[in-house]
Design a protein around this ligand. Structure first.
Ligand code: UDP
Length: 316
């Protein structure tokens, strides 16, 4: 049985990975400091013989008893509101946290997979984004804390690979959605879902012409799993290339929920990328992976989760 440590395992992506790896027969150790993660995401796994949870801040020296086969490093605030509210934590977990997780990988001779992000491309001048595009990031803009933290994380991951022969992977993760997203993390999808279901106006930032490409969680988890067992050390984009403008996305969510909500425009946050679409040729070729869930199907699965959540007394 493989033993797999998932840092940030209580978060949206991390908790889906905990489920997936337990299902695949791994012993999963989930580590999280609960800064932005919600314990509810893993509560069903607590008590499972192949699952354990350790509340811990990975910016400190990490000790794990016994051997480890894999370390999936997913700890980080990841929504724009979170990393703008927690700029220093974001920089520390991307830098110090990645350093500690790599140190552990070296000690345990474990495979290491870094959760990187499309944010390393910043506000891209090349479209769609391929892995060899070096990005357009302003390090001193408030949004730069996440972008630069992840760029550093990629750099130190490659340095550990080259200097210490650590068996590393880098996943550049594009916008991903599905059940277990936090209702209040300020991202477009949960915000629009909650607004539409409550009959409130949907707050589109700017004129809504900026684009994103949304990947359903089950596709993302499958891509991460395949990447972990590939031999690729350089970054690989993972995401769904189906691109849509944010205003059209808001309109889709209104239609899907049958809501009478309207769209209202709010100022565009500084350095909000104008376009984003992954070129996934590399993932297709290397991993034989391609997203299977269309936005229509993924959104209809996701809306049920949001309906259930907003009916809970605390979220009404
Ligand atoms: N956005 C919006 N209204 C909201 C939240 C977000 O129009 O209430 C926009 C945001 O400015 C961005 C896009 O939706 O252009 C996607 O934002 P999100 O926070 O989901 O993720 P990002 O891709 O920017 O990291």
């Amino acid at each position: 049985m493989e033993r797999t440590l998932i840092t940030g395992g209580v978060g949206f992506l991390g908790s889906h990975l905990c489920d997936y790896f337990v299902r695949k027969g791994h012993e999963v150790i989930c580590m999280d400091n609960l800064l932005t993660g919600n314990m509810e995401n893993i509560s069903h796994l607590v008590g499972h013989e192949c699952f354990s949870f350790i509340k811990y801040d990975v910016t400190e020296f990490i000790y794990v008893q016994g051997h480890l086969d894999n370390i999936l490093h997913f700890a980080s605030p990841a929504s724009p509101i979170d990393y703008l509210n927690l700029p220093i934590h974001t920089l520390k977990v991307g830098s110090l946290g990645t350093h500690k997780a790599l140190g552990l990988a070296k000690e345990k001779k474990a495979r290491f997979l870094l959760a990187s992000t499309s944010e390393v491309y910043g506000d891209p001048l090349v479209h769609p984004q391929k892995e060899d595009y070096q990005g357009n990031v302003d390090p001193v803009n408030p949004r730069g804390v996440y972008d630069e933290a992840k760029r550093f994380a990629e750099a130190i991951t490659m340095a550990y690979h080259r200097s210490h022969a650590i068996d590393t992977r880098i996943a550049r993760i594009f916008n991903t959605y599905g059940p277990k997203m936090r209702l209040d993390d300020g991202r477009a999808l949960p915000t629009f879902m909650v607004q539409a279901l409550k009959g409130e106006d949907l707050t589109v930032f700017g004129d809504g012409s900026q684009t994103r490409s949304f990947c359903y969680i089950s596709d993302m988890v499958e891509g991460i799993y395949r990447l972990l067992y590939s031999g690729e050390h350089l970054p690989v984009n993972l995401g769904n290339p189906e691109e849509i403008s944010i205003v059209d996305f808001a309109t889709e969510i209104i239609a899907l929920t049958g809501s009478k909500s309207r769209i209202t425009c709010k100022p565009l946050p500084s350095h909000d990328p104008k376009v984003r679409q992954p070129d996934i040729t590399k993932a297709k070729t290397l991993l034989g992976w391609t997203p299977k869930v269309s936005r229509k199907e993924g959104l209809s699965k996701t809306v049920d989760y949001f309906k259930k959540k907003i009916s809970e007394p605390l979220n009404r």
